[in-house]
Design a protein. Structure first.
Length: 294
């Protein structure tokens, strides 16, 4: 069974157009299917006309909780062995789904879309290019477009990797690190016709934070002291050098140092460095206790 999960926010014009193209595609695949829409707090009456359609389920959040929460809600209600993620804005074409299913039948656990000829603005494309380059370089990602919202996933992947917050952006990377068989296929990308894009300046900052989070989780979640220890050692090291130099000035050259701001900077860096390193030690203890229970 195929479950297509579609979160949306204020997509009143796009939902009927999407269903008009999506249902024939799913019928043509020849497997049981269901389509689960999750209204993430829409204010334009989106989805009111689809609640009685066969094989189509409609869920609603009382307030906007984010795409990750909407996908988690949809997955909890889904029954399919293969889960399809796609957006409601018709930038991704439903006719691509059979290509995803071909790869799933070949034995892949996750098939990620890679948008070709993207129709986004230059700012979005530049941000995406930098983020994907960083992920490929520092996280050894096999994907060229990890944040593409169009993907097919074996249910076992989502049962092992829980959806929360914005981690859906890096779900392909999580599957790769867990040892699942993953691949990537090119998909066409169309320009939005109706509605307004949900990408704003705040998403750039949030995306940057999410990328740093992914870097930490997938590189240092099993050895947090390696991450915090490096930062803490660097901070304490700089602070110690400052204090040594000031000590030389006081002892050798008899300079007064107690009123100099750099003295307090050196002390602050040492203290901060110790605290950061201690955070790493606590992280190591948590990992150890978790593994011990297993």
């Amino acid at each position: 069974m195929i479950s297509v999960l579609i979160p949306f926010f204020n997509e009143k014009e796009n939902i009927p157009l999407l269903l008009e193209r999506l249902i024939p595609v799913l019928k043509g695949i020849g497997e049981e299917y269901e389509v689960i829409f999750v209204d993430d707090g829409s204010t334009d009456g989106s989805g009111r006309d689809i609640e009685k359609l066969p094989h189509v389920h409609f869920l609603r959040h009382r307030r906007q909780m984010g795409k990750g929460a909407a996908l988690a809600t949809a997955f909890q209600q889904s029954k399919g062995d293969t889960i399809i993620f796609m957006d409601c804005d018709l930038e991704d074409e439903p006719e691509e789904i059979p290509h995803f299913m071909e790869k799933i039948r070949e034995g892949y656990d996750l098939v990620n879309g890679m948008r070709k000829d993207r129709q986004h603005t230059g700012i979005i494309k530049a941000y995406s290019s930098v983020a994907n380059s960083f992920i490929r370089s520092f996280l050894r990602s096999p994907f060229h477009d990890v944040n593409c919202g169009f993907k097919a996933i074996n249910r076992a992947v989502l049962e092992l990797i829980p959806l929360y917050g914005n981690n859906f952006r890096f779900l392909p990377l999580g599957a790769f690190y867990e040892g699942f068989k993953v691949t990537e296929i090119g998909v066409s990308h169309k320009k939005r016709i109706h509605g307004v894009s949900k990408f704003g300046a705040n998403k750039v900052f949030i995306g940057f934070i999410d990328t740093i989070t992914a870097y930490f989780i997938y590189r240092f979640s099993e050895r947090p002291l390696h991450f915090f220890g490096i930062i803490g050692a660097a901070s304490s090291g700089v602070g110690t050098l400052i204090l040594i130099w000031l000590g030389i000035e006081r002892i050798v050259f008899n300079h007064n140092i107690y009123r100099r701001p750099i003295l307090f900077l050196g002390m602050l860096l040492v203290i901060i460095g110790v605290q950061i390193a201690a955070t790493g030690l606590l992280g190591e203890l948590m990992v150890y206790l978790k593994r011990k229970k297993l």
